[in-house]
Design a protein around this ligand. Structure first.
Ligand code: NAG
Ligand code: NAG
Ligand code: NAG
Ligand code: NAG
Ligand code: NAG
Ligand code: NAG
Ligand code: NAG
Length: 373
């Protein structure tokens, strides 16, 4: 059945009948299962149809190479990073994999230059880069920064605050700067990245301290890199910073709740994404109860960067670790890890969401969208 739809799709690509239509875009889904899945999206409903699965152990987070030729996954439970070549027919060709420098690589990023894979190991609290070859392959990781400081030692009773836990490394809007988000010590490290991939601490502002116990998790830059938005895993807040790209400094602007005031159950912040028109910000709230996971939608003030609450909507399942919006800004997908469901939401006026479809997929955790072709 899968092979048949692949053939049909390949035929359409050859005749060009669907050229540049949203149907010819692939949606790549990472998970804690044994496969990296490739779907096509229905242009009306956003609903997904499976076209290919590549074997990969717990490819929990995904990142594209800027050339759009290669896709990278962190194999979080297998302590490796994997590289795949993309094909016109949606299949993924495995290129190679490399061990992570530490356990539980929870995130993967690609530097916008296309030269470096950005790695983090949660358990060991390490940040490191791998060179990317001209064929997309991952080279030897040779640049490692481990943060020895533990300013959260008094918080060891809180989950994840016993030692440094690197959760994400992302390229800043200024490409010579990189952020290393450390959940364990409630800190964002600010690094410079050299042309050989070396990371060094910024000496202007070496780090940003985050509220004790809040657990910084993932961040994202707003339009033109003027503002930086951070979701915390345990604080259930989004923090907004004003960013100075020349100096590489961040100044606190605002902190907003991710949950309605009357929501009292335990919830862990999941993912944070911004719409392609830069007007709306989405976060996921991971709750363990069935159908209690949610997505909170904020409007972004284009001048001040500040957020205002628009909506909180069920994520169509349990524990929505993953969340992403397609490049046209028409659909939002939630990856409900514990209910094995993907929620498909239509984006309406002001960026508000309406559930459009729910599909089954083992422990979905991240979404990336291929280029239209
Ligand atoms: C979405 O697609 C799946 C198959 O991938 C199908 O089973 C389901 O009925 C569709 N849902 C809607 C609302 O179209
Ligand atoms: C992984 O993909 C293969 C090939 O499509 C499929 O046979 C297998 O059932 C998938 N495994 C899971 C856990 O979905
Ligand atoms: C990763 O997967 C390989 C191949 O299945 C296996 O040999 C290895 O033991 C795994 N490593 C871990 C840490 O699970
Ligand atoms: C898809 O494309 C790849 C790479 O060109 C090729 O190896 C594979 O056989 C193709 N699969 C199908 C079903 O056409
Ligand atoms: C990661 O931490 C474990 C447990 O402390 C240790 O055994 C291992 O050597 C560390 N790995 C690296 C690459 O430092
Ligand atoms: C980028 O940051 C570096 C210092 O890290 C600075 O020298 C340079 O001017 C910045 N570039 C821009 C365009 O702001
Ligand atoms: C919280 O308040 C909203 C709006 O008044 C209501 O719809 C919702 O059911 C309440 N939720 C809980 C958990 O009490």
């Amino acid at each position: 059945m899968i092979a048949k739809s692949l053939l049909a799709l390949a035929a359409l690509t050859v005749t060009g009948a669907f050229a540049a239509s949203p149907e010819s875009r692939y949606v790549y889904v990472g998970s804690y299962g044994n496969n990296l899945s490739v779907f096509t999206a229905n242009p009306e409903s956003g609903n997904l149809t499976l076209v290919h699965q590549a074997e990969s152990l717990a490819p929990s987070y995904l990142a594209f190479h800027p050339s759009n030729k290669y896709l990278y996954a962190c194999n979080e439970l297998n302590n490796t990073y994997s590289a795949f070549k993309l094909s016109k027919n949606g299949s993924l060709q495995f290129i190679n994999k490399k061990d992570s420098l530490g356990e539980a690589p929870a995130h993967v990023g690609v530097h916008p230059s296309g030269k470096w894979l950005l790695g983090t190991s949660y358990n060991n609290g390490t940040f490191y880069t791998y060179p990317i070859g001209s064929d997309g392959s991952i080279g030897e990781a040779n640049r490692e920064v481990k943060d020895p400081a533990i300013n959260g030692a008094n918080l060891a009773s809180l989950q994840g605050h016993d030692s440094p836990h690197a959760h994400q490394m992302i390229a800043a809007y200024n490409q010579s700067q990189v952020l290393g988000v450390d959940l364990g010590i409630d800190r964002i490290n600010l690094f410079n990245i050299e042309s050989d991939g070396t990371l060094s601490k910024s000496n202007i502002q070496p780090f940003i301290n985050i509220n004790s116990g809040a657990g910084p998790r993932h961040g994202i830059f707003g339009k033109d890199g003027k503002f930086f938005y951070l979701i915390t895993e345990e604080g259930n807040i989004v923090i907004v910073f004003k960013y100075d790209a020349k100096l590489g400094t961040y100044v606190f602007e605002q902190s907003v709740d991710t949950l309605p005031a009357n929501f009292t159950k335990v919830s862990y912040g999941g993912e944070i994404r911004i719409s392609p028109d830069w007007a709306t910000l989405y976060v996921s709230n991971r709750v363990f109860g069935p159908n209690e996971g949610s997505i909170t939608v904020y409007k972004i003030n284009p001048t001040t960067g500040k957020l205002s609450w628009l909506q909180n909507i069920g994520s169509a399942g349990q524990y929505p670790r993953g969340l992403n919006i397609d490049p046209e800004g028409k659909f939002v997908y939630s990856g409900n890890q514990n209910s094995n469901t993907i929620g498909v939401f239509k984006v309406g006026s002001e960026g508000k969401l309406r559930l459009s479809a729910t599909i089954n997929h083992p422990s979905p955790s991240d979404f990336q969208f291929g280029p239209s072709h």
